[in-house]
Write a protein that binds this ligand. Structure first.
Ligand SMILES: Cc1cc2nc3c(=O)[nH]c(=O)nc-3n(C[C@H](O)[C@H](O)[C@H](O)COP(=O)(O)O)c2cc1C
Length: 303
């Protein structure tokens, strides 16, 4: 039985990749995640200049979901490049950089700068739901913005790019088609979905930003449908992300059509070794079901 996955000509020992924004800031923390069973890692999204993000509280965990409005805090692209150079000295395992910006030109500029780091792929975050006060409607809802950003990033990148889409876009499959036609090498689906939490005793929203992005198990069936719909419309590979918490979730996401699997909030629900646990469960189910490799089941739910 084999979990090895080829993604855009790069070999991953298994399809699990750390999702952007979770544990992935320093070279040491990224390397620790790899030791905990991940096939590759995605770095926290970086912008041209450093950002402090929203004031606390920025996160809350509940029984079936996690909600955050961190607000894309990051040290800026130049510091990130230094950190990723350190990471590359620790391991040659797959590394996905991640960027966001306020305009297509700025996306191009950050992409060119981050490509100076030894990244294997570049994920383009156009779908954060927590910064709309600053940046307006997420670009991922708007086909012309998706086209402009994808073209700019592609023209400025030396590595394959994946456009990260929003489950809030009702026509996410059509948006994926636009990204593919504009030069995307892959699609990451999905980012968090917009939501909120209210503290009943305080009679106020829990997050300082009032609203945030929902991730974790509650997001899983939504993400699964997004990946299923996108797989029908595009030929480029999909990084299925959103609520994957168990081996069964992981295999279902591959059956919907995903090639890689982004895993983030599972670390909150199952601990730092969530990746190793998910891999073990995948292997157990594959053994029971007589599945020899993941290519055999990719997209099988469409047949
Ligand atoms: C605390 C936190 C911070 C995040 N930061 C980013 C980010 O910087 N860039 C990004 O593209 N996605 C970010 N995300 C979204 C995740 O990468 C992922 O798409 C989402 O959480 C769904 O996956 P999950 O349910 O496995 O966590 C963040 C999510 C969380 C919970």
């Amino acid at each position: 039985m084999n979990l090895q996955t080829n993604f855009l000509e790069k070999k991953f020992s298994n399809p699990l990749v750390l999702a952007s924004g979770i544990l992935g800031v320093t070279a040491a923390s990224l390397n620790n995640v790899l030791k905990n069973g991940c096939g590759g890692v995605t770095v926290k999204s970086v912008s041209l200049l450093p950002r402090t993000g929203h004031p606390n509280p920025t996160m809350m965990g509940a029984e079936h979901y996690f909600i955050n409005a961190v607000g894309l805090s990051n040290p800026g692209v130049e510091k990130a490049v230094e950190e990723l150079k350190k990471f590359r000295k620790l391991t040659g395992k797959p590394l996905i950089g991640s960027i966001f910006a306020g305009t297509p030109d700025e996306f191009g500029e950050v992409a060119a700068k981050l490509c100076a780091a030894p990244i294997d792929f570049l994920e383009v975050d156009i779908s954060c739901p927590n910064v709309s006060k600053e940046f307006g409607r997420p670009f991922a809802y708007d086909k012309s913005a998706v086209e402009a950003i994808t073209k700019k990033v592609k023209a400025n990148s030396t590595v394959p790019i994946s456009i990260k889409l929003s489950p809030n876009a009702w026509d996410i499959d059509e948006i994926a088609v636009v990204a593919e036609a504009s030069g995307a090498d892959a699609i990451t689906a999905v980012n968090t979905i917009s939501g909120m939490a209210i503290n009943v005793s305080a009679r106020r929203p829990v997050l300082s930003n009032k609203q945030g992005g929902v991730s974790g198990p509650a997001l899983f069936p939504i993400a699964l449908k997004c990946v299923y719909d996108i797989y029908k419309k595009v030929k480029i590979p999909i990084i299925g992300t959103g609520g994957i918490t168990t081996g069964s979730d992981a295999l279902a996401m591959i059956m919907a059509g995903a090639t890689l699997l982004g895993v983030g909030s599972a670390v909150y629900f199952r601990g730092q070794d969530a990746f190793a646990k998910i891999v073990k469960e995948m292997e157990e189910i594959m053994k029971q079901e007589g599945i020899k490799n993941l290519d055999e089941i990719r997209g099988v739910a469409h047949l």
